[in-house]
Design a binder for this molecule. Sequence first.
Ligand SMILES: NC(=O)c1ccc[n+]([C@@H]2O[C@H](COP(=O)([O-])OP(=O)(O)OC[C@H]3O[C@@H](n4cnc5c(N)ncnc54)[C@H](OP(=O)(O)O)[C@@H]3O)[C@@H](O)[C@H]2O)c1
Length: 335
Amino acid sequence: MKAARIHEYGEPDVFRIEDVEEPTVGSNEVLVAIRASSVNPIDYKIRGGGQRSVVWLSMPSKLGLDLSGVVTEVGAKVTRFAVGDEVYASPSHRRIGTYAERIAVRESELAHKPKNLTHEEAASIPLVGLTAWDCLVGAANVQPGERVLVQAGSGGVGTFAIQLAKALGASEVLTTCSPRNHELVRSLGADVCIDYRTEDFEEVASGVDVILESIGGEDVRKAIRTVRRGGRVACITAGLPGYTEQYGPALGLTAMVSKTATRMMCAAIGRNVKLRFVTRKASGENLQAITDLIEAGKIRPVIDRVFPLDDIADAHRYLETGRARGKVVIDVASA
Ligand SMILES: NC(=O)c1ccc[n+]([C@@H]2O[C@H](COP(=O)([O-])OP(=O)(O)OC[C@H]3O[C@@H](n4cnc5c(N)ncnc54)[C@H](OP(=O)(O)O)[C@@H]3O)[C@@H](O)[C@H]2O)c1
């Protein structure tokens, strides 16, 4: 089958489109013919070697953590899926490799694709949707009537999180992004748009109940000061690539925890703020709940651009500009 692989860590031009071995299917696994994938910042961080403390690839390696496709084979113990089902997933890092024509996914990581979405639309959802879910439903447990600040509302996680916060009953959703994206985020349900280049969210969003923090660094400290006393901050960016570059892959994670995470935890305790560093769980159960919200019309995908699999390097270059509006999708069906 055809897949995009890297033979070394580096810039986007390390990608090669190659013929690779077909995946084998374990008894708890489902073989999926992938129709579409999507690109996430974690992909280029892994490709560049910045995540080696936590995701160590054996080269050559496939990449990609989002898929939508059709079931072509099921393992002997699989009960919830059958050949021909349309499914989507964000598999765990141990099963990386959705920039490919086929993949074996654990049944527990898979969900039925929303019926009202195309494969390209569905492939834009799993990783960012599960991340927003783990932050707003899991870590922060957003309640009806609460005020929620979503950082970077025009990005992959942000476009989903604004809609999820509203679906959970938030009375007011505030978000940061550039003015060119204010109309977009308002159409998703944002009530207050903060231009992070000219305005300080610490002033505009002071006293919110919950913050989904996705910028990292000083913004995490600021989020702890901004949220009300006793509020919750769910943080998804701890800056590991920077620490890996400075301290090397063996010590990067330790340095990050000791130099950043611990200090921020102390700052949070000082204000009685519940600070959680969140890592997306590859949960088919949570993804099925997301399917229900999408089919109920409460959440819609936001796609910026679609690239063919052959142009995966360009897709990475585009996302790495940090200016994507919603998601960058990979068309695998026409590979
Ligand atoms: N822990 C986890 O499990 C997990 C999961 C998913 C993502 N993440 C991390 O979360 C971060 C965001 O992911 P993503 O998929 O949303 O990225 P993304 O789609 O690449 O985000 C792009 C958006 O970021 C906005 N942006 C850039 N700088 C900003 C700033 N200083 N303030 C506010 N907005 C800013 C841009 O808005 P404008 O163009 O409007 O300026 C752009 O729309 C990444 O670092 C990613 O690695 C972590």
